[in-house]
Structure formats: structure tokens, C-alpha cells
Design a protein around this ligand. Structure first.
Ligand code: SF4
Length: 297
């Protein structure tokens, strides 16, 4: 069996930076570093950070002056900053610059009285943060069917933006649909370059492999977007959260396996999966080909 690793598979620059900053903080001062949400949506990475001393709290009420709060790559709303400031809690901010851009854009458009539509998951921390920066009433959708029931006036001031890790094809489907009803629609495609490259990376290998495995966590938006794309080409594509879940039956009938990984999946997690596959049958895995292009995205 041959394995082909898709271009740009794995952790993006934003995640790598957040992990560097968090690990450095934990090495320097392990006792009072807290987070409200996962630093990145990856189970193994979070387990490692907890072992290093990171503590997760439900709310800022648990923290006292001098404690340190890590804001994750997905960012947060202004209330968290205000609350932390008023308690004397230090902020270690790893919000990705792409997310910051969307927060600012959403705030500016809302201040300019636009009806805002955001493509994304309404319960995702990034989207919740963006909503807090808007003073309007944005509509959050991830499905073109939601759009069918919207009563949008053709002459309204309306703008479309996206969660940074949304599916490119679904965004463009929703944009095209909305444009029919509202020709004045302003479209801001704010899906980040790292997400775009990973989604396009799948397309580069989909025709060369028998099936695809996407390594990452089920609660990672960019990972599930990759899985959706993979399943369009190979319906039997799998999400692999943990190397230990792989058994020999998974490999049955595969001559060429395509592998990609979400932007929140570090290389060491990908390597545990590769090791597990070769460990299952040393003769079974012929060789691994990476199409490279890891770059700084
Ligand atoms: S996926 Fe995009 S927005 Fe999210 S951390 Fe990575 S670069 Fe930033």
C-alpha cells in the first residue's frame, strides 16, 4: 500500500504560534495559566497542555488578580477582555490575525447598519466572539436551506462574511444564492488562506487515491470541513481522531491511501497515525509520499 499525504496537511501558522506561546507560558509559570476554551480543537494537544499545567475554567469568576488567561486562536468578544481587566487578570492573547480581521470587519459593517450574514457554526467560539463585536443582529448559517426561508429585502444593506474555517464551496453556494435575491449584497470571503490551501490540497490528491483519512478532532470546524470535501470524492473517507482507533480492517482493500489533517493537528499527531499504520503490518505499507508544500501557512 502507498500513502499520499496531501499538500498543507496539518497545523497552520496560527495554531503553531498559539502552541508556542502557551507552552512557553507554562514552562515559565505553570501554576496560574488558565483558559476558558480549548487552545486548539485537538484532544491530544489539549491533554499534553493539561499535563504541562494548563487549567480550564468555566468562567472568569474563578480567577484572581495576577492569574493569566490564554485567549485561544478563535478569539473572544470584548466582554471577556473587560472582565479580565477589571479583575486584574493578565491576558495572553493568541487570537489569530485572520480572526481579528473578521472581528473588525463584522464590527465595522454592523456599525454601518448592514444586516450581516455569517457562514459558520453558531456555537463555535470564533463565531460567538465575532457576534460580540457586532452591535447588530447577525444571521449565522451553515446551510443554503436556511437561506431559503429568509425574507431578505432586495434593497437592504446586507453583507456576507464567513467564519475563517468554513467550507469554500458552501460559502460560494450561499453567496450565489443570496446574490439572486439581493443584487446589492456585499460579499467578503473571509475564509483564511490556511483553510483554503488545505481544502484545495485534498482536491490535488483525491483522484490518485482509493480513499482519504482526515486526521483531527470531530469538534474542529476546519477538520470537519475537510472531511465533508473528502467524502464528496470518496464517501468512505474517515475521520481519524486517535491513532489507537485504527485497526487492520481499516486498511482492507486500499492500495493507495490519501491522508490530510486539520489546521489544528500538529505533525506529531500525524506521525503517530503513520506509525500506527506501519505498525499494523510492516509489509503492508510500501512507502509514503508527501506532496510537500507545508510552507508557513
Ligand atoms: S485556521 Fe486560519 S484562522 Fe484558524 S488559526 Fe489557522 S490560520 Fe488562523
Amino acid at each position: 500500500m502507498k500513502i499520499i499525504i496531501a499538500p498543507y496537511a496539518g497545523a497552520c501558522s496560527g495554531v503553531k504560534k498559539a502552541l508556542r506561546v502557551t507552552e512557553t507560558a507554562l514552562i515559565q509559570c505553570r501554576d496560574n495559566i488558565y483558559c476558558l476554551h480549548d487552545i486548539v480543537h485537538n484532544k491530544q494537544v489539549m491533554e499534553k497542555l493539561y499535563r504541562m499545567g494548563l487549567q480550564k475554567v468555566e468562567s472568569l469568576e474563578k480567577l484572581i488578580a495576577g492569574d493569566n488567561l490564554i485567549i485561544n486562536t478563535h478569539g473572544t468578544g470584548p466582554f471577556t477582555y473587560q472582565n479580565a481587566f477589571s479583575r486584574g487578570v493578565n491576558i495572553i492573547d493568541t487570537t489569530c490575525s485572520n480572526v481579528r480581521h473578521v472581528q473588525k470587519l463584522a464590527g465595522d459593517l454592523a456599525n454601518d447598519n448592514h444586516q450581516l450574514i455569517i457562514t459558520g457554526e453558531k456555537n463555535h467560539p470564533e463565531v460567538k466572539g465575532i457576534l460580540e463585536w457586532c452591535h447588530g443582529y447577525p444571521i449565522v448559517t451553515k446551510d443554503i436551506n436556511d437561506m431559503l426561508s429568509l425574507n431578505i429585502k432586495a434593497d437592504s444593506k446586507i453583507a456576507l462574511i464567513s467564519q475563517t474555517t468554513f467550507s469554500l464551496s458552501r460559502f460560494s453556494e450561499i453567496a450565489q444564492h443570496l446574490k439572486k435575491y439581493c443584487p446589492a449584497l456585499k460579499i467578503y470571503q473571509t475564509i483564511c488562506r490556511s483553510t483554503e490551501l488545505r481544502q484545495k490540497g485534498i482536491l490535488e490528491i483525491a483522484g490518485k487515491v482509493d480513499t482519504l483519512w482526515v486526521i483531527g478532532s470531530a469538534h474542529s470546524a476546519n477538520t470537519t470541513a475537510l472531511l465533508g470535501i473528502a467524502q464528496n470524492y470518496h464517501p468512505d473517507s474517515r475521520l481519524i481522531e486517535d491513532a489507537d482507533e485504527i485497526n487492520i480492517d481499516f486498511l482492507y482493500g486500499i492500495n493507495t491511501l490519501g491522508i490530510t489533517a486539520g489546521a489544528s493537528t500538529p505533525d506529531w499527531v500525524i506521525n503517530t497515525v503513520l506509525k500506527r499504520i506501519s505498525g499494523l503490518s510492516k509489509n503492508y505499507v510500501g512507502y509514503t509520499e508527501s506532496l510537500g508544500k507545508h510552507s508557513s501557512f
